[in-house]
Design a protein around this ligand. Sequence first.
Ligand SMILES: Nc1nc2c(ncn2[C@@H]2O[C@H](COP(=O)(O)OP(=O)(O)OP(=O)(O)O)[C@@H](O)[C@H]2O)c(=O)[nH]1
Ligand SMILES: [Mg+2]
Length: 295
Amino acid sequence: MMYKSGVVALVGSPNVGKSTLVNSLLGQKIAIVSTKPQTTRDAQRGILTTENAQVIFVDTPGVLRPNYVLDRTMLAIARSAVQDADVVLWIVDVAKKPSNEERRIAKLIEQTNPSATVYLAMNKCDLLKPENVINHTNIYRSLCDKAIWMLVSAKRGDNVERVKKDIIDLMPEGPKYYENDEITDKTVRELSGELLRESALYYLRHEIPHGIAVLVEEFIEKEDGKMEIIATLVVENNRHKGVVIGKNGSMIKAIGIRARREIEKMIEQPVNLQTFVKVKADWRNDNNQLKHMGY
Ligand SMILES: Nc1nc2c(ncn2[C@@H]2O[C@H](COP(=O)(O)OP(=O)(O)OP(=O)(O)O)[C@@H](O)[C@H]2O)c(=O)[nH]1
Ligand SMILES: [Mg+2]
């Protein structure tokens, strides 16, 4: 039997569940998830390998109208992922009616890669009210006539196996690009930084989460078998720094504890995590800073 492989770009508005779906499709957590929009900041590959096929999923930042230089970078990332894809996995929140954003994304897909197969995953179907099923699915379908579509719940797992099978079937003939044990293109060091950012997103409210970046300064395995990680949370101003540190350091402590647990789960070894908070004014608009942070 011929081997099949291809690239699948996951695109959609912020917060619709792209990263949750990629984790669910892979059966492993490789991408961070939060209740806040704009969680994912760069393209991350998730690689699914079976006996007969390899699917390279590319999780991307939610597409939205850019306010910062970082937003523009994120939009460019989504667009370039669509361009390079065999299949565009367009994810929407089917519990809600499509906004103008959704219409813009449908256009972006059609203009950027007219020949791609579009697979419309109508996610969060667990939240879809029965009286809205026909109406909402019809409107989304009308935004992209050619799309194959499916109601899914990335969180509960409804129809995820089905999507996986459909996508494997859509893959063209191709080589195996990655080894069996390669499930993402991010290093554990980078993923650890992401898990720290996820923990910060989990605890922080309002505008602060979007203004946070993480720098992993040290990632060293010690003789006692512990992984020693030193990381800095970069914030935009002193007020944010105060909030992130919290009263007597309570907030940064909570963020660190949750992150440490998540990192330990991922690398299956004990971790010693030290976190610092630093102010870098307006880093989201500073090209040098963005480069330094890997964006
Ligand atoms: N109820 C429900 N919630 C979901 C589902 N899928 C994702 N979520 C939740 O939606 C929120 C956003 O999920 P993410 O996976 O971070 O969304 P995203 O599209 O990657 O977001 P960005 O990276 O910010 O663009 C999280 O709170 C998820 O738990 C689903 O099928 N049902
Ligand atoms: Mg995401």
